[in-house]
Design a protein around this ligand. Structure first.
Ligand SMILES: Nc1ncnc2c1ncn2[C@@H]1O[C@H](COP(=O)(O)OP(=O)(O)O)[C@@H](O)[C@H]1O
Ligand SMILES: [Mg+2]
Length: 321
C-alpha cells in the first residue's frame, strides 16, 4: 500500500454514526477513518452491524445521526441555512455513490444478460458511454478478473465464483475510488473461494482502497492493513493484523478469534484427512514479527496466482491455522 503521511486526508470518515431499525439500535456510534489504498477488513460475529455499516457508507441505508464523509463530503444529508440536517437530493447521492463500488454476498447479476452485458449495462446507462466504448471497458474488466473468454455466457452457465468475478468486473467498470465487499465469498463452494480472493488481492496490490466484510481470516491476516472488529453495533477494537490477531486487548475479540481458530483447525483436520491436494504449497517458515504476508525464502519462482495464494497461506500460518 502507498505510504501514508499524517497529511494524507482520509478518503472515508465515519463520525459517531448511529442507526436504528425500529427499536433496535444497530449501529451505536461508529468512528472510523480510512486512508487511500488501505485495505480494511471488517470482522465480527453475525448480526453485529457490519452489512448495515457498509450500506450506510454508500447510503443504501439512511443513518440516524453522525456523519459519513466520502472524500470529505457528507453523503446523504446537507445542512440547511438554519443548521438543520436535511436530505440531500437523490441525484447528488447518486453522483457521490459513483466513487463507491459494491460487491454483495449474492452476486445480483441479471439472469437474462450475458457476462459482458451485465458489466456494460451501467456503463451505458449511468456513465453514458456509447456501446463500443462500454463494450471495450467491460471486456477489459472481464479480462482483469480472469474471464476474458466467458463474456458471452449467461450467469446460469457460470460457477458461483465466476459470477462473483463478473459482479466485481461490473463494479470496477464504473471506475470507483473505493470498493466495498460484503462477504463476497460466503456463498461460494470452498474450492471457488480462492479465485475471487485472488482478484481482490490483485486489486489491493494495485492500490485500490477496499473495505471487506469477511470471515476469511487468512485473507484478512495476509492482505489487510487494518482489521476492524465489530460486535453489537460497536467497534470493539481496530488495528493491524498483528495487533488484532496476536495482541488484541479486548477480551471479546480474543475469544471470538480463538473460537474461530478452533473451528478452522478442526475443519482443517477433517480436510487433510480426506484430501491430499495441499501438496506443493510452499511451506516456508512463518515470520511472526515481520507481518502476515512476509514471503521469505520460498525456493520456486511463483506466478502471480501462486503469490496470491501464498500470501493467504502465510496469513493462515500466521494465525496458527
Ligand atoms: N432491514 C432491516 N430491518 C430490520 N432489522 C435489520 C435490517 N437489516 C439488519 N437488521 C438487523 O440489524 C442487525 C445487524 O445486522 P447486519 O448489519 O446484517 O449484521 P452483520 O452484517 O454483522 O451480520 C441485526 O440484528 C439484524 O437483524
Ligand atoms: Mg452481513
Amino acid at each position: 500500500m502507498a505510504p501514508i503521511t499524517v497529511h494524507t486526508p482520509p478518503v472515508l470518515q465515519l463520525r459517531d454514526v448511529h442507526k436504528h431499525f425500529g427499536d433496535v439500535h444497530v449501529l451505536k456510534g461508529i468512528n472510523l477513518e480510512i486512508f487511500p489504498s488501505q485495505v480494511v477488513c471488517l470482522i465480527g460475529p453475525s448480526g453485529s452491524g457490519k452489512s448495515t455499516l457498509l450500506r450506510c457508507i454508500n447510503f443504501l441505508e439512511e443513518y440516524d445521526c453522525g456523519e459519513v464523509l466520502i472524500f470529505g463530503e457528507r453523503i446523504g444529508y446537507s445542512t440547511s441555512y438554519d443548521g438543520r440536517r436535511v436530505p440531500m437530493p437523490k441525484e447528488h447521492i447518486r453522483v457521490m455513490r459513483r466513487d463507491l463500488g459494491m460487491v454483495f454476498q449474492h452476486f445480483n447479476l441479471w439472469p437474462h444478460m450475458t457476462a459482458v452485458e451485465n458489466v456494460s449495462e451501467a456503463v451505458r446507462s449511468v456513465k453514458k458511454k456509447n456501446i463500443t466504448e462500454a463494450l471495450r471497458i467491460s471486456r477489459d474488466m472481464l479480462a482483469k478478473v480472469g474471464l476474458a473468454d466467458m463474456e458471452n455466457r449467461y450467469p446460469a452457465q457460470l460457477s458461483g465464483g465466476q459470477q462473483q468475478r463478473v459482479a466485481i468486473a461490473r463494479a470496477l467498470a464504473m471506475e470507483p475510488r473505493i470498493m466495498l465487499f460484503d462477504e463476497p465469498t460466503s456463498s461460494l463452494d470452498p474450492e471457488l473461494v480462492g479465485d475471487v480472493l485472488d482478484v481482490m488481492q490483485s486489486l489491493a496490490g494495485e492500490g485500490m482502497t477496499m473495505i471487506v466484510v469477511t470471515h476469511e481470516m487468512g485473507f484478512a491476516a495476509g492482505v489487510a492493513d487494518l482489521i476492524v472488529f465489530m460486535e453489537d453495533g460497536r467497534i470493539l477494537e481496530q488495528g493491524t493484523p498483528d495487533r488484532i490477531f496476536h495482541n488484541a486487548e479486548n477480551r471479546r475479540v480474543r475469544a471470538f478469534l480463538q473460537s474461530y481458530g478452533r473451528r478452522e483447525k478442526n475443519a482443517g483436520k477433517a480436510h487433510t484427512a480426506t484430501n491430499s491436494h495441499n501438496k506443493g504449497v510452499c511451506n516456508e517458515p512463518t515470520d511472526h514479527h515481520s507481518g502476515a504476508a512476509g514471503s521469505r525464502g520460498c525456493p520456486q519462482k511463483r506466478t502471480a496466482h501462486q503469490n496470491h495464494q501464498h500470501a493467504r497461506h502465510a496469513g493462515r500460518r500466521y494465525l496458527g491455522l
